[in-house]
Design a protein around this ligand. Structure first.
Ligand code: PLP
Length: 343
């Protein structure tokens, strides 16, 4: 068998998507003249009920554009300690955005308004200035967990009263929306900036987007060019993103059911600990109970055709997606438990 469960970024463009890319009308997007990019930006701005949106090459660039527009150099960004912006963006907060994180310990990726209140710095020049609160929904490292809307709204209310800005790392907001039935715009309402990815569960080959007010997007435009993210005939990529939103958004439900199934099977192995309460969308985080090496297990599984990814010494991750069906998931989970029995 071959089941690549390392990430939902490994999906390949399907035939219909390739046809849409081939047929895309294009122009020079640095001049703002690519009609397909413009259509994508208008579509997403409408979906999120924001004034404008800007297509960018990656989720990392999307987040860093937002942080560097919302905060000035030396200012602080409150976020959860396992956040992608701190741990998996190669130090870009420091290197590119010139801001520093104020990490909070969350419960399955979720922090509270009380924690935020305590984390805000006193307004004295001795301290860094708190500028932004960043929320990741769904939260990757916590296992694709959902950030409850009522807590988001409480935090946003506090932010408004205290002159702080709100950023949403919504790389997988699509999954959050499908899992909860909450519309994208209802999540987006609390935020000054929102980033979304097309190249994760939606299955497009490349691309992310940022959305916010017209004034925010004007500044984001400048930052995208400074970060080297201006693209020319990007309509071929925007066409894939539009196809992904139209055809692959609602089917994420299948990925969630498959992740649940995978987690239920592997959790029967005494060698693994899986917190089934964290399996809320398409990600399963597993811990080896006796401190075994996640790297070794991944190598042994790979020889049998199941690809997982280590997320720490004894932690590993499986992610379901477009190119994995229910039978793949059952077979892959059984191979994981069999391999662990043979230890
Ligand atoms: C929550 C989250 N934010 C941002 C990103 C960054 O996306 P990219 O890999 O396109 O830079 C990822 C990637 O996995 C992610 O999981």
């Amino acid at each position: 068998m071959h089941a690549d469960l390392r990430s939902d970024t490994v999906t390949l463009p399907v035939e219909g998507m390739r046809a849409a890319m081939a047929a895309a009308e294009v122009g020079d997007d640095v001049f703002g003249e690519d009609p397909t990019v413009n259509r994508l930006q208008a579509t997403i701005a409408a979906l999120l009920n924001k004034e404008a949106a800007l297509f960018v090459p990656s989720g990392t660039m999307a987040n860093q554009i937002c942080l560097s527009v919302l905060a000035r150099p030396g200012e602080e960004v409150i976020c959860e300690q396992g956040a992608h912006i701190i741990n998996f963006e190669s130090g870009a907060m420091a290197r590119l955005s010139l801001v520093q994180p104020k990490p909070l310990p969350g419960d399955r990726g979720v922090f509270t308004v009380e924690q935020v209140r305590e984390a805000v710095r006193p307004g004295h020049y001795y301290y860094p200035r708190t500028a932004v609160i960043a929320i990741e929904n769904t939260h990757n490292l916590a296992g694709g967990t959902l950030f409850p809307l009522d807590e988001i709204e409480r935090i946003a209310g506090f932010a408004r009263e205290n002159g702080l800005r709100m950023h949403l790392d919504g790389a997988r907001l699509w999954n959050a929306s499908v899992a909860t039935g909450i519309a994208l715009e209802d999540y987006a309402r609390s935020f000054d900036s929102v980033s979304l990815c097309f190249s994760k569960g939606l299955g497009a080959p490349v691309g992310s987007i940022v959305a916010g007010s017209a004034d925010f997007i004007e500044q984001a435009h400048l930052r995208r060019k400074q970060f080297g993210g201006g693209m020319r005939q990007a309509g071929v990529l925007a066409a894939a993103a539009l196809y992904a939103v139209e055809n692959h958004f609602q089917r994420l439900e299948e990925d969630h059911a498959n992740a649940r199934l995978f987690a239920e099977i592997v959790s029967q192995s005494p060698a693994l600990r899986v917190d089934l309460d964290t399996v809320q969308t398409n990600i399963v985080i597993m811990d080896l109970v006796n401190g075994g090496s996640a790297e070794d297990l991944c190598t042994r599984l790979r020889d049998r055709g199941v690809w997982l990814v280590p997320m720490g010494q004894s932690k590993l991750r499986a992610v379901t997606h477009l190119n994995i069906d229910r039978d793949d998931v059952i077979r892959a989970a059984e191979l994981v438990t069999e391999t662990l029995q043979k230890q």
